[in-house]
Write a protein that binds this ligand. Structure first.
Ligand code: CTP
Ligand code: MG
Length: 243
């Protein structure tokens, strides 16, 4: 009998949240009665394809730290690293055997079970190394000039526009991102300076020639970066009547 294909979710919560300026690490910030980490973990746990959740935590969150009490039950906790990629590598090292892994930022607490299953389904069906949540860009994009253009100085030293970038074919990328485990492991074996620059895992796989597909997501799957994002997430939860 064929073995049920298992998926391990790597949940990244080891960042400190410098831009949010909160007294606790960002993943432990409250959003309508639950932490960002609890919300992300709950959705992953409710996704039928996910068998294990490995959470990368800030390295200084030692076993006796009071914040540990708020960790969702059933998750495997590991110490993350100084960069996002190092946190992914630490979580991957602690993951049970699985052909597929799903990476998610705890900073995106509004993900849905449907989105998790959609990226996993795209990976299963396609002959690809990765399948990632993405939304087509809707704003017009401008490139700011690196230096003055020789004309009169702009008001308040505001940046001048150097060019308008056609947005056709451009996507904003989110997590969750699903990968063949062997592809992710190969991507993470690149030199530290390459890993340190990466803001997502798909780019590391693309960098070694891997094939990645874009899976339609929803704009409400926002990343909490600033205080304004927390307010927006709270309003979205309210409007969508999600608890
Ligand atoms: N992350 C991580 N390990 C790191 C850095 C980031 O696990 N060394 C995780 C964060 O916890 C977050 C996700 O990667 O869930 C995306 O990172 P980001 O939004 O930049 O979060 P922070 O690094 O915490 O925020 P900031 O950059 O403002 O400090
Ligand atoms: Mg960061």
């Amino acid at each position: 009998m064929a073995e049920k294909s298992s998926v391990v979710a790597l949940l990244l919560a080891a960042g400190s949240g410098v831009r949010l300026k909160s007294p606790v690490p960002k993943a432990f910030v409250q959003l309508r009665g639950a932490t960002l980490l609890q919300r992300s973990a709950k959705t992953l746990a409710e996704s039928p394809s996910i068998d294990q959740i490995v959470v990368a935590l800030p390295p200084d969150l030692t076993a006796d730290h009071p914040l540990r009490a708020s960790l969702p039950s059933g998750v495997t906790a590991v110490a993350g690293g100084p960069t996002r990629s190092q946190s992914v590598a630490s979580a991957l090292a602690a993951a049970a055997h699985s052909e597929v892994v799903l990476v998610h930022d705890a900073a995106r607490p509004l993900l849905s079970v449907a989105l998790v299953e959609a990226v996993l389904q795209a990976l299963r069906l396609g002959d690809v190394d990765g399948a990632i949540a993405a939304v087509p860009l809707t704003d017009t994009l401008k490139l700011a000039a690196a230096a003055q253009d020789g004309g009169p100085p702009p008001p308040q030293s505001l940046p001048l526009v150097a060019a308008t970038i056609p947005r056709e074919g451009l996507f904003a990328v989110q997590t969750p991102q699903a990968f063949l485990r062997r592809a992710l492991a190969r991507a993470l074996a690149q030199p530290p300076e390459v890993l340190a620059q990466a803001t997502d895992d798909a780019s590391l796989i693309e960098g070694i020639g891997g094939r990645v597909v874009l899976v339609p997501s929803f704009a409400g799957n926002i990343k909490i970066t600033t205080e304004e994002d927390l307010k927006l997430a709270s309003a979205l939860l309210c409007a969508l009547q999600r608890d």
